[in-house]
Write a protein that binds this ligand. Sequence first.
Ligand code: DON
Length: 570
Amino acid sequence: MKVLFLYSFPLVLLFTACSGTRSTTSLPVNPYEYTIQKKVTGTNGAVVSAHPLASEIGVAIMKQGGNAIDAAIATQLALAVVYPGAGNIGGGGFTVIRLANGSNITIDYREKAPATAHRDMYLDKSGNAQTELSQNGHLAAGVPGTIAGLFDCMKYARLPFKKLIQPAIDLAEKGFVLTASEAKNLNGNKDEFIKYNTVTPVFVKPGGWKAGDTLVQQDLANTLKRIRDNGAKGFYEGETARLIVEEMKRANGIISYDDLKNYEAKEREPVVFGYKTYKIITMPLPSSGGILLPQMMYMIEDQPVKQYGFQSAQAVQLMTEIERRAYADRAKYLGDADFYKVPVKKLTSKAYALERMKDYNAQTAGSSQTTQAGVITESEETTHFNVYDKNGNAVSVTTTLNGSYGSKTVVGGAGFLLNNEMDDFSIKPGVPNMYGAIGADANAIAPGKRMLSSMTPTIVLKDNKPFLIAGTPGGTTITTSVFQTLVNIMEFELSTEDAVNKPKFHHQWLPDEIFVEAEFPQAVRQQLKQMGYKVTQRSSIGRTEVIRINANGVIEAVADNRGDDAAASY
Ligand code: DON
């Protein structure tokens, strides 16, 4: 295997197959030899996603006459093959679209609780929460939404679906070479793939994977062909549905034929709010981002954060206190608004945001004991990608299996991983989920209900035209990362690369501590500690992708340095 590391700008890594040269199929990319580009520019279109092959496929679709929506569909399907840890057809997600004609669209294809799910399904006889069951294996899976969501997106596409899914089929059937990090992740999950499966999946390789090995997924290719030939029914009915239900029966799963047949994606009213001269479009509930992002942006809007300076202790302290207040409300009030009356209007009003900041004390650590949710009287795996096309269509997508490789359960004979999204419900009031988030009634389990999400795909308009397309994975850190990325660009005027790659921090009300990445400056940590904060170093926060459309028409796409993420343009 040749692996070439060029640490010059732009960062390029080249992955090639371990042995021999093979036919590269009809794919518009070479799956056996590809590079990772961290920053690209173009004037016709760009894609930035978690995998270079998926980004390149999106650009190829635009070159073939597709718009940004076509490219997003093809990219998402390609990610389901080349990025199995989070790219998926067995999970769900959110898509935010700004069409060149000025309309805003959001599509919700979040997983749903199966019909026989119930509030206490993860409690044992003594009432103790069994997170093992909500986080791993068959019972952790919600009814998948991704394929329904993609067919909903087709309304805005130009090319036939068959053309958009074919690259994913070819990648699954002919294989693609693994990057070092994918090989490591697959090896790291080997024991769980064995434990949580009734049929050993292709992800298990005796002796282990290494960079440059080729991963072929024939069962997945066959599933994708059924979707190509039969549309959404190729997933929710017929052979694929049979394979899912059979898989459920072989263990403790509860997803039924009816759950699959009845699943529907929903177009929802987008959240649109103003910030200074910008307009921000994001995803409504069941994304908590649609509540927390406007709250946090409103709380910071009138503060002199720019004057404090990027990553100054004052700026970090202010943003921490903002995050604390927003996340206190998340825990108490947020859940699927189709099932629970969430006081959305009040929670997203500027007046409420300002009221919440009245007890803000600069230079002093607040406390999550004294700062509770506001009083309302009114009745680690996900993936994000962005696409922009030459006509001005913008697409921002976050999609997930929840944890890395979801429930770790692959549907036998169908070759795709099922999500473990049920853990995003509050399985018992006050019991933290895998991201430490707690919840209450608003996010309790009920049949057909969607679990609360942090995914925050976002588009920012300047002069009413797309300026930024942004989003990230990262569980509960998603919304704070999007918040910080927007503030980094719109207030601190950081370059797109710095806005994406500079260390991030996170506060989510409980636990009452500021989490920082390893590169977060020591001096700022000390100052925060002196103010009374507990500061804890943690693993990396998110993998933020940004497309920035400059006034001169140059499209800049930046992929996060924290993973294999790659940008492509033309
Ligand atoms: O929807 C959510 O909020 C979570 N399921 C997202 C999980 C996630 O981002 C994991 N990635 N690192």
